[in-house]
Every structure is written in C-alpha cells, then in structure tokens.
Design a protein around this ligand. Structure first.
Ligand code: FAD
Length: 325
C-alpha cells in the first residue's frame, strides 16, 4: 500500500521558502520509495526553477492551488483551500514552523479534527502495513525534556517543524506530476488584507544568516565589539540565553532550544560554554570557531577551530587586523 505525505510549500512574493524543501528532503530520505510526497503550493504563480527544486528534493506531485486571493498568506483563504485539498486524506501533513505556518496549522487541525504536534525539532517515520506513522519530537516542560508525540488514530497526522533543522538534499529524480486548479473560496471574508508594510530592518533573520557572531556570559560586556566585528565581516549578532535573559540583546537574537535554530556557513562563539540547550540551536553550522578561556568548555566538543584564549584580548586584535585589511 502506498502511503501519502503532503507538505505545505510556503512562498513569499512567488518564491518558495527553504523550509518546504527541507521537509521534502528529510521525508524522502526516511520513507520508502513507494511513499507519495505531494508539495502543496498556494499562490498566483509558480516558477519553473522552484518546480524543479521541489522535484529534485523528492516530490512526486506538485499541487498548485491558484487564486488571486492566495497571492499573499491570509488565514481564512489558506485554511479553506488546504482543508478542501485534505479530502485526499494524506497520512501525514507537514507545515514549516514559520510565523504563517504557526498560524495556519492549528486552524487546519481544528477544522479537520485531527492532532497536531507543534514546533517539532525531529521527525521519524515508521512504515506500517496499513499506515505511515509520524513520530514528532519537540521540547516539552519548558525545554527540560524532549517528548516524542504520536497522533496514532488521526488522519492526517500533522506537525509543524522548525526551519533549519534539516538539510536540503537532492535525490534521484522522481516522476513528478503537476496539478493545478482554482479553489472554491468562501465569498464572505471576515478578514481583508488592506496593505502590506515592509518594515525597514537592516537585520537579516538569524536563521537566514550565512555568518553568525555569537556571544555568551563570558563576553557580556563586549557586545559593542561583537557588533563591530559582525559589521566588518557581514555577520549577524546572536547570543546565549545568559545574555538575552539580562536584556543585553532581544529574544530574537537567542540561539538554542528556546530560541532560533541557525545553520550558517560560519558560527563564531565567544565566551559561550556550550550548554546542550545552546548547542541544539547551532550544531548544524558548517564551521564552528569557538573562543573560550576554559579548555574543558563543552563548546570545544563541537568546534572545528578551538581557541583557548581570553576573548577580551582576541576580539580587539581581530577587529584591528580586519581594519587593516
Ligand atoms: P556560561 O555557561 O556562564 O558560560 C560562559 C563561558 O564563558 C564559560 O565557558 C567561560 O569559560 C567563558 N568565559 C568567561 N570569560 C571569558 C573570556 N574573557 N573569554 C572567553 N571565554 C570566557 N541557553 C541558550 O543559549 N539557548 C537556549 O535556547 C536555552 N534554552 C534553555 C532551556 C531550558 C529549559 C534551560 C533550563 C536552559 C536553557 N538555556 C539556553 C540555558 C543554558 O542551559 C545555559 O545556561 C546557557 O546557554 C549558558 O550561557 P553561556 O554559555 O553564555 O554562559
């Protein structure tokens, strides 16, 4: 029996966000070849490059639900269009745990009277004869333990998953069918999108940064230097909870289990001990460079380059060197 997994492909200005590809890649890597993966895209346009990316990551089918009112995310129309599609009864339905995904998923699950595991950080699929079982793991009890949740008797089994947990991988080319249709949307709309204002924000979302300069308690008095360094090398500044808890940086700069998960090319960690809750948010970084006075600091266990030194000496030297370049 062929199992079915559906994945919401979120878009912004007609470009798909990486989370959809991350979820397709991870699902394809875990399920049997016979499992059918459907990418569900809502909007007005779906470009050929994005279609190819979806196919290369392992989608067997791209369903393009096309309507003028779906050009930008809005709760009512998206919920209605997706719930109608869910009559196809996939075993599993996955949604990225983005701002919009967190809004959409509970509404769909309530309307379909099914269970939802929110904000999962790990997924596992169990192929059973008559169904595909989803095991979604997420932090529970304030992050003190991880709970694996199974919505055994629900169809579809739903989960939202944090961005940046899974790598985008290409797989052997699948046969990929395209379907496009215009949905029936409700005429009366309680919510109307009047205008979208893009706020001037020179910060890049942490989870989109290529280079992150992170500081912990050991450098809590040195954030102006860390900001200077990050300006020099085009990085984003982040912090451990010890720093965010005392309001040196806002919560959106927190990396870890209770903050953001990052996957940059380079992660520079200054004065961070490497507690498990911090590591959970940055251990997928391509290159980790850590500076710590304590040679036994846990951060060195995952660092590619370990510098046992006082950041108060290293940081100004680094900034000076970069100024000369
Ligand atoms: P510390 O552990 O105090 O480490 C400071 C480090 O700086 C030490 O290793 C020290 O050797 C070094 N140091 C000191 N001076 C210098 C110097 N001059 N130069 C170089 N190195 C120096 N934490 C997170 O970060 N993210 C989370 O999402 C998160 N979630 C949590 C959820 C729960 C439920 C709990 C219980 C905790 C959570 N924490 C989280 C907190 C976490 O357990 C640690 O307490 C926190 O990460 C420690 O931050 P730190 O490494 O900056 O500070």
């Amino acid at each position: 029996m062929s199992h079915k997994v559906a994945i919401w492909i979120e878009q912004e200005n007609n470009d798909i966000l990486p989370i959809g590809l991350e979820l397709i890649s991870e699902t394809r890597a875990q399920v049997q070849d016979s499992t059918h993966i459907t990418a569900i895209y809502l909007g007005t346009e779906l470009n050929i490059e994005d279609k190819n990316k979806l196919r290369k990551c392992g989608a067997n089918e791209i369903v393009f639900i096309k309507h003028e009112r779906l050009s930008k995310y809005n709760t009512q129309d998206y919920t209605k269009a997706i719930c109608d599609y869910m009559q196809t009864r996939p075993d599993v339905f996955l949604i990225g745990s983005t701002l919009n995904g967190r809004d959409l998923a509970p509404r769909i699950s309530a309307r379909l009277k099914t269970g939802l595991t929110a904000d999962a950080t790990m997924l596992e699929f169990e192929n059973q004869i008559d169904k595909l079982l989803l095991l979604a793991t997420r932090p529970a009890l304030g992050g003190n333990l991880f709970a694996t949740i199974i919505c055994q008797n629900h169809v579809p089994q739903m989960a939202t998953i944090r961005p940046n947990i899974f790598a985008i991988r290409e797989t052997e080319v699948q046969v990929c069918n395209n379907h496009e249709y215009v949905p029936m949307l409700e005429v009366s709309n309680d919510v109307e999108l009047l205008e979208t204002e893009i706020l001037e924000d020179k910060h890049v979302d942490l989870n989109k940064a290529n280079v992150v300069v992170a500081g912990g308690r050991g450098v809590s008095t040195m954030f102006s230097e860390l900001k200077r360094l990050s300006n020099q090398i085009g990085a984003e500044v982040a912090a451990s909870r010890a720093v965010v808890d005392v309001n040196i940086l806002p919560k959106d700069r927190l990396v870890g289990q209770t903050g953001t998960t990052v996957r940059p090319k380079v992660y520079l960690a200054f004065g961070i001990s490497g507690a498990i809750q911090h590591i959970a948010g940055m251990d997928k970084s391509e290159l980790v460079i850590a500076v710590n006075t304590d040679p036994k600091a846990l951060i060195f266990d995952i660092a590619d380059i370990s510098i046992v030194a006082d950041a108060k000496i290293v940081l100004p030297l680094l900034i000076k060197e970069l100024e000369i370049l």
